[in-house]
Design a binder for this molecule. Structure first.
Ligand code: FAD
Length: 463
């Protein structure tokens, strides 16, 4: 227990008595993320400014109290679980859009802002913020920055880091510092702003964000196409890209995931023997979108698609998306718990990856469900394990080892967008090697000499 009465009083004086929680039932609500793992913090504080965060970090740094920033707690790698106790900084009160500068096409926002709210507000002004994790209805911009979130539109538009111009960050030692710019370019010193992207709350607390915006595409169309099997769906992806069409999204869903989301597929015609689904979106000027839709529909037919539903209106398009967004939660039907990996391979290696996953499934008797972002090679691999079943858990580690080794051999990465957190810290060295790992640990300690920021995450053995 890090928090005694005098520290509690200090933090209450900073945030206000009502913005500090210490009762067990309250702490439970801030003890977990989407992995389902839980650890209780000693205290949860709800600061409303960088200055309050700075004061809390100075206290924590003096007394070596762990501090864990928290957005919506939707992370898939245990990043916001307070494994060493201490203070959870819940950023939900810092959720404002401070500025939308239409002329310079940028937004300045606080970290607790929910991604979808930003999308809606900029779109009202004819602007567009492309990074759209499937969790955009609840995940926060601060969490998206800290995890380096991607999403379905990454293939055409890139990921969160491509839209970060500048940040305000409170360092673990309490200084409030600006990183980066609010201009379209800037090369003064190291690019610390983008270095912070994906740092998983281990280097400081992000308190303000300058984001690049782009013009909203004139029109968007969504196509949902059913194929007898994954090979034909993958072949269709290759044909679309060979035709020089870059869809804004290019998602695939495998046979097992289709079973789980059938109740959500009422608005699309899905034949009984569907073995794979492609969900594609094209956007841009009206004429181009029309032409690309017709071309994709014909490429789908040529590659064996049995049905294709196409929607142009927002409401109709949303109906086609409902099924994709329901995948993650609906997988609970197969098993109450799952291990969710987000390996990424060169796009052309997706069919080989799916074959490898089929092999691993059989070898270790672990049901595996796949879906993901076909455009950028990001395969969401869900190993459906009941974590209370010790037999299946024994088979899990070797299965994961085998998957990661094969992915690295194919030139891929063990995480395309979810990060390392707790879940993958054991495997980080496999990918980046000893020299890079040691350098990264030294960088961590340069920012955070007392290792108070989100300790126990990313590095293995724990830093
Ligand atoms: C159904 C579902 C679908 C998802 N789909 C996607 C997807 O398509 N793409 C994708 O990339 N991810 C996806 N995710 C994972 C998750 O939503 C993202 O990782 C998201 O960016 C986390 O945001 P959050 O606000 O929930 O952050 P949290 O989970 O609260 O925190 C994540 C990490 O960020 C740190 N952090 C949070 N705020 C700050 C801050 N202000 N300063 C410093 N560090 C901070 C935390 O300490 C933690 O390490 C999905 C999750 C779910 C449940």
């Amino acid at each position: 227990m890090f928090i005694d009465k005098s520290r509690l009083k200090e933090i209450q004086d900073i945030c206000g008595v009502n913005n500090v929680l210490m009762d067990r039932e309250d702490l439970l609500c801030y003890s977990y993320d989407a992995t389902g793992q839980k650890m209780l913090p000693d205290l949860v504080a709800f600061p409303e400014s960088a200055s309050q965060i700075s004061q809390i970090l100075k206290i924590a740094n003096t007394h070596k109290v762990p501090v864990v920033p928290r957005g919506a707690g939707s992370g898939f790698v245990g990043g916001t679980i307070p494994v060493k106790g201490g203070i959870v900084l819940a950023l939900s009160r810092m959720n404002k859009i401070l500025e939308i500068d239409e002329d310079n096409m940028l937004a300045v926002v606080e970290p607790g802002l929910v991604n979808e709210k930003l999308q809606q507000e900029v779109e009202k002004k004819g602007l567009f913020y492309p990074p759209d994790p499937a969790s955009m209805k609840f995940s926060t911009i601060g969490g998206n920055i800290a995890t380096g979130a991607g999403g379905p539109r990454a293939f055409k538009y890139g990921v969160t880091k491509d839209y970060v111009l500048g940040l305000e960050v409170v360092l673990p030692t309490g200084e409030i510092m600006k990183m980066g710019v609010r201009t379209a370019k800037g090369v003064v010193g190291y690019d610390l702003a983008r270095f912070l992207v994906g740092s998983e709350g281990t280097l400081g607390v992000v308190t303000k964000i300058n984001l690049k915006l782009i013009p909203k595409p004139e029109m968007t169309a969504t196509l949902l196409s059913s194929f007898p099997n994954m090979d034909q769906a993958a072949q269709c992806v290759t044909s679309v890209i060979k035709a020089k069409i870059i869809p804004a999204t290019l998602e695939y869903i495998d046979r097992r995931a289709i079973e789980c989301i059938k109740p959500y597929l009422v608005d699309a015609a899905i034949p009984e023997n569907t073995g794979a689904i492609l969900l594609m979106e094209v956007d841009g000027p009206k004429d181009t979108v029309g032409k690309e839709v017709r071309k994709i529909e014909s490429l789908c037919r040529e590659n064996g698609a049995m049905e294709t539903s196409t929607a142009f209106e927002k409401e109709e398009r949303e109906k086609l998306w409902t099924a994709r967004r329901a995948i993650s939660p609906s997988l609970r039907k197969i098993s109450p718990t799952k291990i969710n990996e987000d390996i990424t391979v060169p796009r052309t290696k997706i069919p080989k990856t799916i074959q490898m996953l089929d092999r691993v499934e059989k070898k270790y008797s672990i049901p595996i469900v796949n879906f993901g972002h076909a455009g950028d090679g990001n395969v969401h691999v869900n190993l459906m394990v009941d974590q209370s079943d010790s037999d299946i858990m024994k088979r899990l580690d070797p299965a994961l080892e085998e998957i990661f080794e094969e992915v690295l051999e194919m030139g891929g990465t063990i995480s395309g967008e979810h990060g390392i957190g707790l879940a993958k810290s054991r495997y980080i060295e496999k990918e980046i090697g000893e020299t890079s790992l040691e350098l990264q640990k030294r960088v961590k300690l340069a920012f955070d000499p007392n290792n108070i920021m989100n300790p126990g995450k990313i590095f293995w053995p724990n830093v």
